[in-house]
Design a protein around this ligand. Sequence first.
Ligand code: ADP
Ligand code: MG
Length: 297
Amino acid sequence: MKLEIEHLRKEYGEKVALHDFNITLEEGIYGILGPNGAGKSTLMNLLTDNLKRTSGNILVNGKEILSMGKEYRAMLGYVPQQQGFYEHFSAEGFLKYVGKLKGCSNAELKKQVPELLASLNLYEKRFEKIGSFSGGMKQRVLIAQSLLGNPKIIIMDEPTAGVDPQERIRIRNFISQIAENRIILVATHIVSDVESIAREILLMKNGRMQEKGTPSELMRKIQPYIYEIQIDSQQQKEVMETYLVSNVRQGIEGIKVKIITKVKPEQYPHMVAPANLEDVYLYYFEHKTSNPTSTNV
Ligand code: ADP
Ligand code: MG
């Protein structure tokens, strides 16, 4: 299966939220990583046809989604960014309701609803009102409904928003389990949500794709800029002001600071340090504003 996005553009009045966006997606998990306002939700709303595009094409196996109508809806699962949905429904009632809207048969729902509730650890609470659930449980209900009807394309907009770290891991593992034979897009601003599960990461900022690649490709690209320097406590303030700092740790011989810089930090004892995806995020999305004349990243 192939999902092609060609020259996709979205304007909200004067504001261009998405510029000339192009990518071809095949089966697997794609992480869309970017800060707030990057255009992630806009992209997702265009893909689910909840929003009218300004221009461009979206094709599934060569067919424009706008001409597919129901056929496309049946292929699609969507986890929206907002919660606050149908608080008075029970978890089971909500899944049945959404299933009906999606056109699932009663027989299908009878089988699939309990299965989904069980796999998302909601079975015991299936008769309880969604309004009484924690943020993480609500998020799991949203993920469960997206899978009704066994869609082949799943769009998840910040599926771990407002959940605790344990729940975050559970959700991540679940996404990874359901990825076979599906295209899954996960928008997030949390690196660890996608770093171990995504085949490719798209980095988005200001409505544009800044970079894309496998996690290791992205890390390799910035590896030349990653160092660990050793400093004492008097130097800490200056270092924090001068460099893009990815990590600080207390070593036996002093403070070790992992920095991202295009200029070798010769003035400190330094060594090359392994890049990780957090560093990639910082490199593309964080800037040192305190020292605009600096040649550091
Ligand atoms: P993200 O999901 O990455 O946080 P969004 O797609 O929500 O980003 O927003 C992208 C940009 O478009 C932001 O600058 C946002 O303020 C703007 N925007 C989003 N929705 C609207 C809207 N309905 N009207 C005007 N501007 C919008
Ligand atoms: Mg968003």
